[in-house]
Design a protein around this ligand. Structure first.
Ligand code: LCS
Length: 394
């Protein structure tokens, strides 16, 4: 199965893609190469591996066979030419940005982002002489208006963490392309089952594989997908030099997760749709943010560009922060935990957890209200999830 193969379904790809390099006789599932270094028979072989890095493995910070199987699989699922697995989602974000940017460059970014990504752009890269303008990217015109002569990249999330705002993928990719700017999107919430931004014209996709791709809260991992040229330069530059490589064990665990992603994601989304409808009709709730609801301001766009509406829901309680605290203290089945994409339903309060280190002003601008509660809908029977929230809201 080759990259961009369209001839097979998502589940088939998730299970089989990337495994062509495995011997046809021997272990059925990809083995784990839990080693840091590789030996050679002769000096000539060793020099050859250093000269042509695609010809073999040298040292796990430079590449490892378990990692390669995972990378090939994700590249196929995201319809990209190549992929690079990383130690975390943040290592994927930072490696992609460090590969692209230099002192004096400018970035246009969405105002609603995962806090770590917001902080890299707003603090670390600013300190290194890269300026970022944050805009309401639900308006693609605002993205275009913020582009300057030194803009090198646009950086987006859709659906965004934790507001569930969307960006128009085709419009933003077209704007970036027209201005010769590299488009990057964090596809963690949608997963490749929900949307493949590269098919809309995006240049680079990043993921926290800690979430849906691994699926069991056992791993911290990330991945970058893009052209072979970009992935090669990230692999031989920022990833190798800054060292944010995935461990073979985490790559191996993630492979197991990815194989069941299409199956799991379908159930996450079906449960989320039913839960969102329940929450929207609950008298204690002011507003529900879920792209699959007709009340979501970008529902039409969601239908246009997403295969599924996702497993993440955010909502605001009529009683604000105090009601939110009471709710998360009263749930029994749902776990009070950050992160997302787990088989279990997770509930959290972004303003006091995931986005605590984003300034109140930036949170307000992004639409992260103090009363916003976020749910990562799990794979339990949806009746049980609804019953738990119903008793907690009562
Ligand atoms: N991108 C998105 C959209 C995320 O939600 C996260 C983590 C990251 C990148 C970073 O990935 P990591 O390095 O953690 O693998 N999101 C988290 C969250 O919402 N709660 O805890 C972590």
């Amino acid at each position: 199965m080759t990259t961009k193969s369209k001839s097979t379904g998502w589940s088939t790809k998730a299970i089989h893609a990337g495994e062509e390099s495995l011997p046809k006789t021997g272990p059925l599932s990809p083995p784990i190469y839990q080693n840091s270094t590789f030996q050679f028979e002769t000096a000539e072989e060793c020099v050859a591996a250093f000269t042509d890095e695609d010809s073999g493995y040298v040292y796990t910070r430079w590449g490892n066979p378990t990692q390669s199987v995972l990378e090939s699989k994700i590249a196929v699922l995201e319809c990209g030419e190549a992929a690079l697995a990383t130690a975390s989602g943040m290592a994927a974000v930072s490696t992609a940005l460090l590969t692209l940017l230099a002192h004096g460059d400018h970035v246009v970014a969405m105002d609603s982002l995962y806090s770590g990504s917001y902080n890299i752009l707003n603090d670390d890269l600013r300190r290194m002489g890269v300026e970022t303008t944050f805009v309401d990217a639900t308006d693609s015109g605002a993205v275009e208006r913020a582009i300057r002569s030194n803009t090198k990249a646009i950086y987006l999330e859709s659906p965004a963490n934790p507001t569930l705002k969307l960006v128009d993928l085709a419009a933003c990719a077209k704007i970036a392309n027209a201005h010769g700017v590299t488009s990057i999107i964090d596809n963690t919430f949608a997963t490749p089952c929900g949307q493949q931004p590269i098919t809309f014209g995006f240049d680079i996709v990043v993921h926290s594989m800690t979430k849906y791709l691994s699926g069991n809260s056992t791993v911290v991992a990330g991945v970058i997908v893009g052209s072979k040229a970009f992935i090669d330069s990230a692999k031989k530059g920022a990833l190798r030099n800054f060292g944010g490589v995935i461990s073979p064990f985490n790559a191996w665990l993630t492979l197991h997760g990815v194989a069941t992603l299409p199956l799991r994601f379908e159930r996450h989304c079906a449960n989320a749709g039913a839960l969102a409808a329940f929450l929207e009709n609950h008298s204690a709730i002011e507003r529900v943010h879920y792209p699959g609801l007709r009340s979501h301001p970008q529902h039409a766009l969601a239908k246009q560009q997403m295969n599924y509406f996702g497993g993440m829901i955010a909502f605001e309680l009529k009683g604000g922060v105090e009601a939110g605290e009471k709710l998360v203290n009263r749930v029994e089945l749902c776990a009070l935990a950050v992160s997302l994409g787990d088989v279990r339903t997770l509930i959290c309060h972004p303003a006091s957890t995931t986005h605590l280190h984003v300034s109140p002003e930036a949170r307000r601008r992004a639409g992260i209200t103090d009363g916003l509660v976020r749910i990562s809908v799990g794979l339990e029977e949806v009746e049980d999830i609804i019953a738990d929230l119903d008793q907690a809201l009562a």
